[in-house]
Design a protein around this ligand. Structure first.
Ligand code: GKR
Ligand code: MG
Length: 423
């Protein structure tokens, strides 16, 4: 089953003014949608980053793998590595640690691997989870993902706004959590921190604890703190957090915090590529890995990373950036077939407009905080060509070509500097 042609379509979708350690989300998030046309008429779908630099790499890799068999994933990976391996690469997708040649190859390969698996599943009439060894769960639990946020993007037209309101203090965060939990039924809660001084973020977490006494809580300042500050926060939130995510930068710093912190540390920043696994695990820098198939090399490599974590007694959760339905379907198929998944996964899904996506509605839903695993062949989702054209039009019109949370913040607040490591 040969790859006859590959189409990569950049798309944009509305994104609220979500704050993080390096600035604020711009009004649109960018993604790429991959359609992999096979010679027997099957089309495999993939989704990944949509910034200019990444689109160029996807284009080069697409050309190199056209003509290969969708079942020959090893050869496809080798072809991707040959054409883009060793090149410099800027990781502008948002707070997922440094970039390296291996991470770049794995990120580009991932977009095509998912599309190949979708095509394989469609061709044999089985869900992708079956190609990964079979589902060990029929629903995948996700966590509420809270953000400090502005009411809206300054100067935006009302139709470009969102109806979540501002969340800039503990009350706002609790309000946001309540609404998100009411709507999706989430059974765990993560707060994106690194925005305000740590004392304020501790207060917000304590307010969440008071409002939701039974829900596991997480805090993620994206490495905005020094080691001593991380330890102070860890002590203040002893018994409150199920894990503390990326309090500080780098494997050494994380290891130092991990030695004294009462709760496990999690990361999607210091262990983000194969070369980080040995030092990260040897130094016991993390108790939980937030894996992400978009940069760990697709669904099969992510399963291998999960098995490795199980052997080293490291928990596994899943990281997320702003994404659409094809990515959610891939995350769900992977999580369904991953034995060692010890925490509810992250998703930015609630921040996306319900009616804005590239897939035909209905295949993915949240029931009691979890997504039932779609049972259709492949990823279990179908592309809506009209919706794809609409979001591509939005991409063309919006003018954004890379994610730049810091630049956007600086345009709005000249003099702003990122908070990493601010405290
Ligand atoms: O979307 O602002 C964001 C997040 O901060 C994202 O960029 C991070 O990569 O969600 C991520 C995380 O868990 O660090
Ligand atoms: Mg994180």
């Amino acid at each position: 089953m040969k790859i006859r042609q590959i189409t990569v379509t950049p798309v944009a979708f509305h994104d609220p003014a979500l704050l993080n350690a390096v600035g604020v989300h711009e009004p649109y998030a960018l993604r790429s949608i991959i359609q992999l046309h096979c010679d027997d008429g099957v089309v495999g779908l993939g989704e990944s980053y949509g910034d200019d630099a990444f689109l160029a790499l996807l284009g080069a890799a697409a050309e190199a793998i056209t003509g290969l068999d969708v079942f020959h994933l090893g050869l496809i990976e080798q072809a991707v590595a040959r054409v883009i391996g060793g090149g410099a690469f800027a990781d502008s997708h948002g707070l997922t640690g440094g970039s390296s040649s291996s991470k770049t190859v794995l990120s580009v390969f991932s977009a095509f691997e998912v599309a190949c698996l979708d095509a394989q599943g469609k061709s044999v009439g089985r869900p992708v989870a079956d190609l990964l060894g079979g589902a060990v769960r029929d629903r995948v639990p996700f966590s509420a993902y809270l953000f400090y946020k502005w009411d809206g993007h300054p100067g935006a037209a009302p139709e470009d706004g969102d109806d979540w309101g501002a969340a800039l203090d503990p009350d706002g965060i609790v309000r946001q959590a309540r609404r998100m939990i009411d709507r999706y039924g989430f059974g765990a809660v993560k707060l994106k921190g690194g925005v305000f001084p740590p004392e304020q973020e501790i207060e917000a977490v304590l307010a969440l604890r008071a409002a939701f006494p039974d829900l596991p809580l997480r805090l993620d300042p994206n490495a905005a703190w020094t080691v001593p500050t991380s330890l102070k926060v860890a002590e203040a939130l002893d018994g409150v957090l199920e894990y503390l995510e990326d309090p500080t930068a780098g494997i050494e710093g994380m290891a130092e915090v991990a030695r004294q912190a009462p709760m496990p540390l999690a990361t999607n920043m210091c262990v983000v590529a194969p070369e980080h696994l040995a030092p990260g695990l040897r130094q016991r820098a993390i108790g939980v890995l937030l894996s992400d198939h978009h940069y760990w090399g697709g669904l099969r490599h992510s399963q291998q990373v999960s098995a490795l974590c199980a052997n080293f007694d490291v928990g596994l959760s899943m990281h997320s950036n702003s994404h659409l339905g094809i990515s959610l379907a891939a995350m769900v198929q992977l999580a369904a077939a991953t034995q060692h998944l010890t925490y509810a996964c992250d998703t930015h899904w609630p921040w996306k407009r319900e009616d804005e996506d590239v897939i035909v509605p209905g295949a993915l839903s949240f029931v009691d905080g979890a997504v039932p695993v779609p049972q259709g062949p492949g990823l279990g989702v179908e592309l809506d060509e009209d919706a794809l054209a609409r979001l591509h039009r939005l991409y063309l019109d919006c003018g954004l070509r890379q994610r730049d949370d810091t630049g956007y913040m600086q345009r709005l607040h000249p003099g702003y500097t990122p908070n990493t490591p601010g405290w």
